[in-house]
Design a protein around this ligand. Structure first.
Ligand code: AHG
Ligand code: MN
Ligand code: MN
Ligand code: MN
Length: 339
């Protein structure tokens, strides 16, 4: 731009020149995703003025009550990305099966997975929410993609990102070459590079966990949180602070800006019900792990690196422990000692 500001479009074009085998397809696909996020930002912003808050009265495949905005934003993402010819198929937290590209449109070489509205329990109370997405290459028959084509480990992601609809709307992206943050300038409708090369501080004194589940935690998690709570009166050098927003996008963003650790661990109640975690591998855990690792942080289930998990289902859930490296290493170490 004339004043030296870098727009997301310019940034994406320059990134694409770096990606092996990438053609204009990738730039164009990311532009469509950016447009979808701008549209969602506008919807979330207007809230009750346009009647989009409240329950939809339906349940999704995750067994969650859907908000009206869960359904509307899912539709925005599908409509923005289905027509361009860059995608072979899409998958979302809100849809049981993969979404095929309608027959009137050409099919392309990428697969898109997304959580259209993360933290949707926060919409009605006007707290930050977001959108998370991940791009994979279609490695099978791109004209006739199947669920199995999506089941690639997180290390195969070409790009991951999130939009955060907070006091400002932001977009944070990685294509495997660091992490960059952009802020939406509402006056010109463009995201501008405001947070180049985001890196997570290695150590931290802030943790995030839903403490209402304390009685179900496994011993390594309980030990870690107990130590944080004891702080300098116990085995840690510093006292710890705690946050819980219940929007993963907002938690990860805070960690990218000032460090910290986020835990949504496996617990005894989940295990008793045959559960494997709360957060979804394909729509939440993998894209966020890619971003966190690219920012110098670490992401684990407590027992293995999230991005090397071979997915066995589209809606697979995993424990998530991510953020500042030293803290995640400590929790992983406690898992090793207790298992
Ligand atoms: P979503 O709104 O997409 O279903 O995701 C909600 C997720 C995540 O954003 C957040 O960290 C977590 O669920 C909150 O869970 P609790 O309500 O159990 O705290
Ligand atoms: Mn949900
Ligand atoms: Mn979510
Ligand atoms: Mn969601």
């Amino acid at each position: 731009m004339r004043d030296g500001r870098i727009t997301i479009t310019q940034f994406i074009i320059e990134e694409q020149r770096r990606i092996k085998d990438a053609t204009g397809d990738f730039t164009s696909l990311l532009n469509d995703i950016v447009t979808a996020c701008k549209e969602i930002s506008n919807l979330v912003n207007h809230g009750d003025l346009i009647g989009v808050l409240g329950q939809a009265g339906t349940e999704n495949v995750q067994g969650e009550d859907q908000k009206k905005l869960d359904i509307i934003t899912n539709d925005v993402f599908l409509r923005s990305n289905e027509w361009s010819g860059h995608l072979a198929a899409m998958a979302s937290e809100e849809m049981e099966e993969i979404s095929h590209i309608p027959s009137q449109y050409p099919r392309g070489k990428y697969l898109l997975t997304f959580d259209p509205l993360d933290g949707s329990s926060n919409t009605d109370v006007n707290v930050s929410v977001g959108t998370i997405f991940s791009i994979l290459r279609c490695q099978g028959d791109c004209q006739n993609p199947a669920t199995g084509d999506f089941l690639q480990p997180g290390t195969e992601q070409v790009c991951a990102g999130y939009a955060l609809y907070g006091p400002s709307t932001m977009m944070v992206l990685t294509t495997g070459n660091g992490v960059n943050g952009f802020t939406l300038d509402q006056n010109i409708g463009e995201f501008i590079l405001t947070h180049p090369n985001l890196t997570i501080p290695e150590s931290t004194q802030e943790f995030a966990i839903n403490a209402s589940k304390m009685r179900f935690w496994e011993p390594p998690v309980k030990r870690y949180v107990d130590e944080c709570l004891s702080g300098s009166a116990g085995d840690r050098d510093e006292d710890f602070n705690m946050r819980w927003i219940a929007s993963m996008v907002a938690e990860v963003h805070r960690i990218l800006i000032r460090g910290g650790i986020f835990l949504y661990p496996l617990d005894e109640k989940m295990k008793a019900n045959g559960g494997t975690g709360k957060l979804r591998l394909m729509y939440e855990a993998n894209p966020m792990s890619f971003i966190v690792e690219q920012a110098g942080g670490m992401s684990s289930t407590g027992r293995e690196r999230i991005m090397t998990i071979q997915p066995d289902g589209l809606h697979q859930r995993v424990p998530v422990i991510l953020g500042s490296k030293q803290e995640v290493e400590r929790v992983v170490d406690y898992h090793k000692q207790h298992d």
